[in-house]
Design a binder for this molecule. Sequence first.
Ligand SMILES: *Cc1c(COP(=O)(O)O)cnc(C)c1O
Length: 467
Amino acid sequence: MKTLFRLLPSVDKLLQEFSKRKELVHISQPLQREQINRFLDLCRQEIKDSVVTDPEDLGWEKIAARAASFVRSQSRPHFRRVINGTGVVVHTNLGRSILADAVVDAVSDACRYYSNLEFNLETGKRGIRYAHVEELLCKLTGAEAALVVNNNAAAVLLILDTWAKGKEAIVSRGELVEIGGSFRIPDVMAKSGATLKEVGATNRTHVRDYEQAITENTAVLMRVHTSNYRIIGFHKAVSQEDLVALGNKHALPVIEDMGSGNFFDFSAYNMMPEPTVQKTVAAGLDIISFSGDKLLGGPQAGIIIGKKKYIDPIKTNQMNRAMRIDKMTLAALEATLRLYLDPELARKSVPTLAMITADVRFLRAKAGRIKKRIAAHFSSNMSVTLLPGVSRVGGGAFPEQDIQTTLVGIKNTLCTADELKTVLLATDPPLVGRIENDYFCLDPRTINDKEIPLVVDVLEQAINGLG
Ligand SMILES: *Cc1c(COP(=O)(O)O)cnc(C)c1O
């Protein structure tokens, strides 16, 4: 064991070696020294635990390469890019929507320069931050007023705090949703200080159920779009129009949490019917909220639109200040909304829309290109095949909707598909895929053409790691 310890190189020798390596020069000397020390500690532990027993494993070339890769990996940002090969377009764990190029430029400007965030250029006085998007939101949706907050969970909380605090909000039992990551409608309502009054049965709720529950304590009637599940079979929910009529009759505001608010009508693309925000406004809902980064394809945000008399008190609620949207998000949201002024431009340039509506032939051709690149790069060990498969929208939108795609299935002789899936999480950048029919599969729907060479590169990194 003593001889093994003696084989470990000195910190200075490694430092000197690293000063010649291009990929490490951007890391400062003190940081490199600290990380080399950590690396050598790990090596000593491995020798003590008899994980390393062969002197060959401590040869200079080998140890220098391992040390370099350790230092590089420690210096990588923790939060970083991944390649999404899952085919789930609005993948909450992978950052939901990615943004259009024009949108990224707007964010970059907002970060790089000062802006008129809260400065009215006409009066030279203080302005309002969400004024930058209010007009656009109203134009696109037909609503009278709008504001934006941090996310839709905040939007729901703020709406209920403003309109139902200390009073009752009536909701159908069939709509008490939980969204992944612990957003539960009943819990959010409790936090807002509103009392939830559940009506109807899980599968069926009628207008009379809401009506019978109305008392002098009732503040609002609420609908929650059951965006991430579907009740099928013996099922009845009250329509937007019928609930609005009931609200009007009793002078109660009618609220809808749309979850994944979409401006785009997907019906021409073989998708199940999904109400648009425009239709919901037209149905007469008083207050509507939805996320910015689900089907809209913008940044994380909670968008609140509706009738002016109901939106104005929400704007002045003190709680709004604690949920306010930051300038980068605001820049991204405005730029995204501008694309929607031309729906076909939005469909092509908002990545979420483009990926969801991608043509099956286009996807098959892209899968073919990925297969070809991989097959050309790896002469042996790797087999690549095309398989029919399905993609999912994700983000709690279009549950149960299978969208046809062509998967690229990968197998290699060095490891199982599961092992390949695991090692690909440690490549740079990591590649996230899924297993199907014992193949590690990539769905071209969520892989950009520009990422194809990168896919080959990370497969190479993975195979080298295995060797
Ligand atoms: C996604 C969702 C939310 C939460 O939205 P965030 O923007 O993630 O906060 C709330 N309600 C419904 C119905 C949803 O689908």
